[in-house]
Write a protein that binds this ligand. Structure first.
Ligand code: HAM
Length: 486
């Protein structure tokens, strides 16, 4: 480098930035879902809705953001989701009010005091209420809505499903995004019959079947209840505190020995795996009721011919779970192999201020990952061929082209009508590139003879047809509508 020369990074800093021409890119961890992939997403959502509605679930549409406290209380303050990954911001609030309250109250309430439900002053309540987060999951919102709308008054169980984006500030990689999409279902009501758990799981395996995803494993476990889990957690903590074990744990797990030792069980750190394998298993420490519930669940799954694998380590990453937990993983996905996860959360409604005795179970599947699995399984392709391209030539043909485009669109066909006149050869080329199945040709000859020309692009076969016969011509099987995007 000659004298006076600057390193590359400094030189770059000096370059004037042409603000007006700056290009924007999607924010890290978010992405655009473009055609033809979007057709596959639509097909998948339609299929999932169909399966869930066949089990008598109905859709609930939820807000994208909620009070931060709702997520903190339900998912748990020590989970990765709440402690590291939420997009949280303060809603509009007068800054003076915050400073004023801070001075009067002698500092902010601590995270623990908020989570333990300790009373806070009305002024602090106002401020806490202005903290909102983009939803990292939707179970908390469903439970909030269940309580808010008094759904316990409805006959039978509330069986709700949702579809939409969730937000977690995770390290992005294939299958892991900061804005990702979930399809989830929840059952809330007074019964915790294992048949409910099994039916919910069967609904998922039905969906996998419809998507022709064959390579997957259903993992199940029971993580006990308020009666048996605390004893097991103490046993686990005592084991993890042993110096020969503790010293081999990573920093996160070491911290969790005190805060939430169960979380150590689902650590993915390679060096911790051998230790975890030898730890006491919760399945061996369940109380009588939990053991019976778990045994019945297995019988109910067998009755439905749903194959499962028991996984004593499946504790799940959110705190609201009790008894049944499950996950479906697929080897075709790579590192982020969990297609979906769920479990029972019987105490959550009461914990969030709802009526006593309401039980709950649900799951959420990662739509991004399901789509990858469908594409990977090569059973369904992301295509949505164009049905009809209208090649019109000449001013006299144009009004007919406009009218017939409308008629065919009314019949639910996908029709492309070029906005400007095209030469015949160019129109055919364009139709071919767009993947059209038929070209409807309207030129001077067609107008003069009152007969239209239809060309099938797969084999080039061409025929004449009257306008009256047009609608019938394109009815199935000529344009059978099946598969993604239809
Ligand atoms: P979860 O295990 O945190 O559970 O997420 C469910 C699924 O969402 C995962 O199995 C995965 O497929 C997908 N997923 C999670 N994070 C990401 C990400 N960053 N990028 C892409 N996909 C992701 C829940 O959310 C619970 N609410 C499920 C539930 C409902 N339990 C009871 N009811």
């Amino acid at each position: 480098m000659g004298e006076g020369a600057k390193p590359e990074n400094e030189r770059r800093d000096e370059r004037p930035v042409k603000e007006a021409r700056r290009q924007f890119r999607a924010i890290k961890g978010t992405r655009d879902i473009l055609p033809p992939d979007s057709a596959l997403w639509n097909w998948f959502e339609k299929t999932a809705r169909g399966v869930m509605e066949s089990y008598n679930f109905a859709e609930i549409r939820l807000p994208i953001f909620e009070k931060t406290e709702l997520f903190a209380r339900s998912i748990g303050g020590d989970t990765d989701v709440v402690s590291k990954e939420m997009y949280t911001f303060k809603d509009q609030l007068d800054l003076d009010e915050v400073i004023d309250t801070d001075a009067k109250e002698g500092g902010h309430p601590t995270a623990e005091s908020i989570l333990s439900g300790e009373e806070v002053s009305p002024q602090w309540r106002n401020i806490l209420d202005t903290r909102i987060s983009l939803r990292p999951e939707a179970t908390a919102s469903v439970v909030r809505a269940y309580i808010e709308h008094g759904m316990q008054m409805l006959p039978g169980n509330a069986k709700l499903y949702y579809i939409g984006p969730m937000f977690r500030r995770e390290r992005p990689q294939k299958g892991r995004y900061r804005q990702f999409y979930q399809i989830g279902a929840e059952v809330l009501g007074t019964s915790d019959a294992p048949a409910i758990d099994a039916e919910l799981i069967q609904m998922l395996t039905d969906l996998l079947e419809r998507c022709q995803i064959e390579k997957y494993t259903l993992l199940i476990n029971s993580i006990g209840c308020a009666a048996c889990r605390p004893k097991y957690v103490e046993l686990l903590r005592a084991e993890l505190r042993k110096p020969e074990i503790f010293s081999k744990l990573g920093a996160d797990s070491q911290r969790r020995v005190e805060t939430n030792p169960l979380r150590v069980m689902d650590s993915k750190l390679p060096e911790e795996q051998a230790i975890i394998e030898k730890l006491p298993k919760i399945s061996e420490h369940l109380c009588e009721e939990c053991r019976t519930h778990y045994e019945k669940l297995k019988r109910e799954l067998t009755l439905r011919e749903v194959p499962f694998t028991e996984s004593p380590r499946l504790v799940r990453g959110l705190d609201y779970y009790m008894r049944t937990t499950f996950e479906i993983t697929s080897p075709i996905l790579g590192a982020q192999n969990a297609l979906c996860g769920g479990g029972r959360y019987d105490g959550l409604v009461e914990m969030l201020g709802g009526p006593k005795g309401i039980k709950g179970i649900g799951f959420a599947l990662g739509e991004d990952r399901f789509i990858d699995a469908i594409v990977e399984a090569h059973k369904i392709h992301a295509t949505r061929p164009l049905d009809i391209f209208i090649a019109w030539m000449g001013e006299r043909a144009y009004p007919t082209a406009v009218r017939l485009a409308h008629v065919l669109r009314d019949e639910k066909h996908r029709v492309e009508l070029p906005a400007g006149e095209m030469k015949f050869r160019k129109a055919l080329e364009r139709a071919d590139k767009l993947g059209a199945r038929y070209v409807l040709i309207i030129g001077d000859d067609e107008i003069a003879s009152d007969m239209l020309t239809i060309k099938r692009l797969s084999d080039g076969v061409q025929e004449k047809i009257s306008e009256e016969a047009l609608v019938d011509f394109f009815r199935p099987p000529a344009l059978a509508k099946e598969g993604p995007g239809s």
